[in-house]
Design a protein around this ligand. Sequence first.
Ligand code: B12
Ligand code: SF4
Length: 616
Amino acid sequence: MGLRDVTRTDLTLLHAPSVYDFRKRTMMMGPIADAVPSTDEFEMYPVGLTSIATYLGRNHYNVRIVNLAYRMLRDPAFDVVERLRGMHSVMFGIDLHWLPHANGALAIGELVKRLHPESYVLYGGLSSSYYHRELIGYPFVDFVLRGDSTEEPCRQLLSALRRGAPLDTVENLTWKKPTGEAVVNPLTFVPGDIDYVNVPDYLYAVMTVFKYRSLEDIAPYARWLRHPTTMLLGARGCSFDCSVCGGSASAYREICLRSQPAYRSPERLVSDIRAIRTFSRGPIMLIHDPRIGGMPRAERFFVLLKKENITNEMVFELFSPAGEDFFQMVQRSVPRWSLEISIETPSEELRRLDRLKFPVPNALVEKTISGALSHGCNRLDLFFMVGLPHQTYEDVMSVVPYCEHLLKVNEDGRLRFFVSPLGPFLDPGCQAFEDPVLGCRSFYRSLEEHRKALLLQTWRSILSYETDAMTRSQIIDASYDVAAALNELKHRHGLIDNETFRWVASQQKAAKEVLRKVEEALLLPEGERERAIEEIQSKVEGAKMDTLFSKRELDWPSDEGLRIGGSLLLALARGFIREAAYSAFRAAGRYDTEVYEGTRIPMVPAQVQRGSHPVG
Ligand code: B12
Ligand code: SF4
């Protein structure tokens, strides 16, 4: 043991862009990322990378996160190969959580193995868990860690590798023997709650900015420094079962063997807020409806919130109607709060057929909206979706008169509307992917098919499914048409200014035009095709953003930015002392001191878990 052990990186976690060579390719992916903070390269990494890093740190492993996607977006000259060549790590972990990373995540893994054949390559995340058997078949993949909670299995894996111990006791691990034979260890690490770890661990992220003197490696998405929205993870898993969601109760049952969500306790959520407040005045969003873990948990959370006197704007989601009592409780607890509600469609019948949130009459949806606004809700964002099973073009367009109807009684500008298509892929593991009877036909099933699809250059070809009511072309037309009509409605009612209205309208026009031109160019003979594509390349880049609505419309009213003050400096000082102690323990060869001892709720008996996966 010695200096080498102190400085050695045990695990480097890499976040890849959606498509590896996106900077060289002409791609018209469509408005797949309009409703999220990222660009269409999905540069945001899963929050769980911070919890893996922090948990392993507590066990004295040296871990680093590198957001390659963000780096590549920010700097056109950023040389991925050279950067990776210069990194040395016992293991490289790559997240393949969101399937739209199928191309980039696999390409980065292949590259890492080529540059560092002596290092191990590990994958994890929801999509990795779903496709673990297929994934382990790629020659450059050594390990896949399955499930929604991999901090402890990751520790077990590093520990076994360090000691040269057998791998068959590492929980949730898919691996291969030297002969190439795949081994699927049981998925037994399914913790009952998520209090055992800091997730997300923003202070870890801030600390590493100083430790590695690099903000780019850890920045979550391109606009974050100006609009630092942070999130609280209320649960892993969900109690709802929307048929098009790969994070639904049934999908988690299949993929993660989780019988019920793992909640974060109100106490831990409030301590997460305290940590966030050391560096941010910006909005804090709680992922999942605060009520999904039951009313007592929600009530406790709001009681604790009240005691904290939080000045940041709090943003909550609702999955079902709420009444007076609930809104009074929220109003009493926080001075500034907003809501996000995704009813997906104004059609009550579709919500019921597609097993979506708000499976109730519209009257109850409307009562919930008015209730929230009359109890001080700062802003209420209402989301709709295009491309649902059984949803016709007319159903999609009915969003516009419905929004107009809602504006008649909520006209002070706090109610906002957003519509976006489901895509680019139907989530593997969701009911609509697994069972075509529910109204979706998937063009791509395997991981490899999705990887290749991402190279097809246009939204029409990349979109992985059609429904019993709309073809891919109809989904595209409906998306642009409804967005154009909604843009006009918002302008007419003063919800957006002239500049935003004109910008979005011109972006919509440009996007449709460019999509048509790229498709025409792709039909040309070789030689001519490349020339034609090159000519439109700059237009493609310009027509990628804000084609349904402007990303600025999603910014919260009290978007106040970062804060550097005494409490942050104190937290950093504590962090550095902790880091120094971890290094000393590493030098002394002391690892694995804080192993998990919580309760677990395994879903099914071990013999069924082995190889139980539906695909691969
Ligand atoms: C919160 C959330 C978001 C947040 C992201 C927050 C974040 N940075 O993580 C926002 C709103 C930004 C978002 C965006 C998107 N999302 Co989303 N999201 C969710 C949601 C509601 C919860 C996710 C969650 O609970 N995570 C917690 C756990 C599971 O993950 P974690 O703690 O981050 O990581 C643990 C494990 O996943 C694993 N792991 C993850 N990465 C790695 C890497 C390695 C090496 C290892 C070992 C392990 C590992 O270990 C971690 C620690 O234990 C789910 C729905 C659901 N109920 O799951 C959808 C969900 C995950 N999202 C989904 C999708 C499709 C998207 C988008 C692509 C949508 C779009 N077209 O814009 C974008 C992608 C954004 C991007 N990359 O830039 C799908 C994914 C389906 C699939 N298999 O591809 C889901 C399942 C449902 C849905 N349709 O919304 N999302
Ligand atoms: S879309 Fe439905 S199933 Fe998926 S996380 Fe949201 S409420 Fe849960």
